[in-house]
Design a binder for this molecule. Sequence first.
Ligand SMILES: Cc1cc2nc3c(=O)[nH]c(=O)nc-3n(C[C@H](O)[C@H](O)[C@H](O)COP(=O)(O)OP(=O)(O)OC[C@H]3O[C@@H](n4cnc5c(N)ncnc54)[C@H](O)[C@@H]3O)c2cc1C
Length: 520
Amino acid sequence: MKIRISQIDLPPGYTPEQLAKAAAKKVRCQPGDLKGLQVVRRSIDARGRSPRMTVMAEADLSGKLRNGLRDVEKAKAVEPVVRPVLDHFSGLRPVVVGAGPAGLMAAFALAEAGMKPLLIERGEAAAPRAKRVESFWKDGTLNVESNVLYGEGGAGLFSDGKLTSRSKDRPRVRRLLEILVECGASHDILIDAEPHIGSDILEELVPALRNRIVELGGEVRFGARLDRIEIENGALRGVVISGEEIRTDTCVLATGHSARDIYAMLSEQGITLEAKGFAVGVRLEIPQHRIDTAQWGGSFPSLGKASFRLTRREEENARSCYTFCMCPGGLVMCCASSEGMMTTNGMSLSKRDKPMGNAAFLVPVFPNDFPSTDVLAGIEFQKTLEAAAFAAGGSDYSLPAQRLVDFLEGTDSDIPAERSCSMARPAQLRGLLPEFVEHTLRSAVPKMLGSMRGVQLDEALLYASETRSSSPVRIVRGEDGQSVGARGLYPCGEGAGYAGGIVSSGIDGLRLAESIISRH
Ligand SMILES: Cc1cc2nc3c(=O)[nH]c(=O)nc-3n(C[C@H](O)[C@H](O)[C@H](O)COP(=O)(O)OP(=O)(O)OC[C@H]3O[C@@H](n4cnc5c(N)ncnc54)[C@H](O)[C@@H]3O)c2cc1C
């Protein structure tokens, strides 16, 4: 009989023998009675004096299962992962725009179903893109079509590769993770409660995913930009890609939320858009060993690096504040996709072995904070903040940076040599964000950091500004995923305003592909 054993308590870096012994103790049998013992979930429990691992495992039990055992039950059948395939497809091939997580997953699922999609991407393939981005970070030479935000892998390529998501759509999350494992990701992402991949691994994994799309009959074009969509009588008739007209009745629009030209084009073409709230703030870094000590009481190499998630409720005269996209042992970097504007973000490599950890500290903003009631006013709001950060950093894509204590006091001093971002300049961050955001940060950040034992405020460095936490615009779509008023157009992923993060954007791609497949 296959059984599931939960809440197995183990030390960090436990051995297979320790696991077998602890599991058998829970089942009140001998380790040898548990055949094919396999971990299905593991998480770090940091509540005690030193961290422990909490493991869930499955095994075949030879012999009878005793009654009344705690945390032991018959294993449930895993919900099957849907991978639809068409018997025959003879329609116009679907076009997927954007090779970020959403577009890649949509194209993969359409290719797997036999629909031979065309995937187009304005930026370069991962390898040349990585070289170009490397030189941008060294000397500030920006290519507006292929950069940290545009190119194969999308905004997620240079990231921490965190695969956490609050989605309740477990079967599709499972399908996405399985596709990543098929393309070379570690099997660990299927069992870790907080899986992550790292930018170095993503650079290999994303081209493998693209190759799978091609093997399955899809076509992928780089340096190919969607300029226009053609709508007739409320339905998609074609797309114009870098001047070439392509007939299609299905387009997955997965262009991310940095493609501001796409929102302008959609607005001109009368596609229904809606302004939405997002969040802005700063990126903060502190020594990683302080985070490990605060969370775990010290460093535990077998656990990797500790992370944190902090929130602060709204108070009188201050909005709520929360941390976002924490990158343990990571790097802070500049992101830009248009001249004279920039934002900041964080990334890490698979080992997360850099000396600093960073996270965004964000304050929510809403359409009534924007300069006008225009549906694209949130983009204007972002642009103003990004231009101010560019100027404050010296107009060469260096990030303006300031010690937290100086930001709080409104004083100037140097910035520490021990920091993750070399292209950063000392600057006064006051005045770069709206006053209500700065006021909230001044009030909330010290209290939030104060909740982490041992973290020193005078070691914290701020970089400005975080402006692209999520989309400022929603491309309104119906239940079946099609744009309201343009049948055959499927706004997808983060840029559509229905997802945020690698996993939720990727599963949005899978979901829309399934909706397209079901029409045939
Ligand atoms: C530095 C950084 C670190 C991040 N870290 C994490 C993390 O650790 N975990 C996490 O979950 N999320 C992270 N995120 C967020 C995550 O990357 C995004 O949520 C996700 O990439 C959104 O996926 P998407 O496919 O919807 O859009 P995108 O990834 O933005 O992809 C859109 C693609 O469309 C292309 N495109 C745009 N316009 C056109 C056009 N006209 N024609 C053709 N192609 C076009 C772009 O070049 C781009 O490649 C990070 C983001 C950044 C910037």
